[in-house]
Design a protein around this ligand. Structure first.
Ligand SMILES: [Zn+2]
Length: 465
């Protein structure tokens, strides 16, 4: 078996690895390289292989940096099976549609300038019509089900505890009486996070491909998230103000709702309206509700008591733009959870424009804010900030909860590898910046792996299994 590391090599975006085994070509993830740089534009449009020569795709989870280039692959002639868990399939349906709309919007923005300059307009990478043909190729494959992808080569998904439906992947080659096992972490989740199972530990791994997003860092101790939320809610109730939470629609929003539900059930917070204001969040919550098989014991117990984790007290899912705008005129107290998570677009920007000038309000960040985003500027204390061409003084109080990362940190990854057992022979460290990857690679060498490699983009490893 040979593996070519095509994406998420020395970076955390565009996860894609090509496996060649028994005359078959298998893609492990088909992620979108994100960012507006020319490199991403070219990379997403041009695969370094013929799309119609690929036999199958194995998809670890629905995040766009792992799944988002599937419609392009299908457009270019891929017609094999896409193996993913049932929840990943359902999340992809809404996330790829959302991504298609963003592709069209992004290109329209760039094209305005190109047309003014007399240049030919760009075509979108893919559009809404390209999603359905891609969805028809999905083969929902539950955790633990064994599929044969080439002669005597089997694939199995295990729960990664990172996002609803997220999987780590075992690829097993059986030769004579012996079995050799490759383990791809996908994005590795964390123990004791709300809603999802803990990552399932897999044993007898010979070859490892691991993510290393936080390979050189430890997360802050799991702070009392519910306690901090309660503090902010008590504050805005007292001041009849608004708590505005920019949040990713898929995953983070459902986690927040889980914590709010818990506080509500325990009678720790007063009755306060919660508005979930993002069409994608509403759809994602519906997918979460359909996939009870992904829930941990606590969430299953909640259901058994007749409680719905995402429907309680005064949670409202805002549908139309008119309803969303109407929130501006309503007096607090209220909680508004809206996207995009980094405030780069979407309804959250309107809520910020409406609330950021009032010192009684609280803006609460619950996720990573990348450089050069509005979210990052607000977190960094920049004031005034620019929204839709107007300057706004930041008078509202700004807080951050950092404890909600969905990626295992260095210690959590190393604990996992230790639990896997001593068989590890070779490891490839991907999905991390250079420093994070190097630090994790050193840890794996200490653990006894004979060969640990940090592949660069396009590097090929031969005779891996
Ligand atoms: Zn992910």
């Amino acid at each position: 078996m040979d593996i070519t590391f095509l994406g998420a090599a020395l970076t955390t975006t565009g996860s894609m690895h090509l496996i060649e085994v028994g005359g078959k070509m298998i893609l492990l993830d088909c992620g979108l390289m994100q960012g507006r740089r020319k490199e991403a534009f070219e990379r997403n449009r041009n695969f370094p292989f013929a799309a119609d020569a690929v036999d199958a795709v194995i998809l670890s989870h629905a995040h766009i940096d792992h799944s988002g280039n599937i419609p392009t692959l299908v457009k270019k002639g891929f017609h094999g099976a896409i193996y993913a868990t049932p929840a990943t399939r359902d999340l992809c349906e809404i996330m790829l549609s959302d991504s298609a709309h963003l592709q069209v919007k992004d290109v329209a923005f760039a094209n305005r300038k190109r047309i003014e300059a007399g240049k030919n307009p760009f075509e979108p990478l893919y559009g809404p019509d390209d999603v359905e043909p891609a969805m028809s190729l999905f083969r929902p494959t539950p955790y633990g089900e064994r599929i044969e992808i080439a002669d005597d080569v089997f694939v199995e998904f295990h729960d990664a505890g990172h996002l609803l439906g997220s999987a780590s992947v075992v690829i097993e080659a059986v030769r004579g009486g012996s079995r050799r096992r490759l383990f791809f972490t996908g994005d590795m989740g964390r123990r004791d996070m709300p809603i999802l199972h803990d990552p399932e530990v897999v044993h007898d791994v010979d070859v490892l491909i691991t993510e290393s997003t936080y390979g050189d860092r430890s997360h802050p101790p799991k702070a009392d998230v519910a306690g901090r939320l309660k503090g902010f809610i008590d504050d805005i109730v007292r001041q009849r103000a608004k708590l505005v939470i920019p949040s990713f629609s898929v995953g983070r929003t459902q986690e927040l709702l889980y914590y709010l539900h818990e506080l509500h059930e325990q009678g720790r917070i007063p009755e306060v309206p919660v508005y979930v204001d993002s069409p994608l969040s509403t759809k994602a919550t519906e997918v979460y509700e359909r996939h009870v098989e992904c829930y941990d014991r606590e969430t299953v117990a909640m259901l058994a008591h007749g409680d719905q984790p995402f429907h309680f007290g005064s949670v409202h899912y805002v549908e139309t733009t008119e309803e969303s705008k109407a929130l501006n005129g309503k007096a607090g107290p209220m909680i508004i959870i809206s996207s995009s998570g980094m405030c780069e677009g979407g309804r959250i920007v309107h809520h910020l424009m409406n609330t950021i000038g009032d010192p009684r309000n609280i803006i609460l960040f619950v996720g990573y804010q990348a450089e050069n985003t509005l979210g990052r500027r607000i977190v960094d204390g920049v004031s005034p900030v620019r929204m839709f061409g107007e300057e706004y003084e930041v008078c509202a109080r700004v807080h951050t909860i950092n404890a909600l990362s969905a990626h295992a940190d260095r210690d959590e990854l190393m604990d996992y590898f230790t639990e896997m057992g001593p068989r590890l022979d070779r490891a490839f460290v991907v999905h991390g910046e250079q420093q994070a990857a190097e630090s994790l690679a050193a840890g794996l060498r200490d653990l006894g792996a004979r060969s640990v490699i940090i592949p660069g983009p396009g590097d090929k490893a031969t005779d891996v299994l």
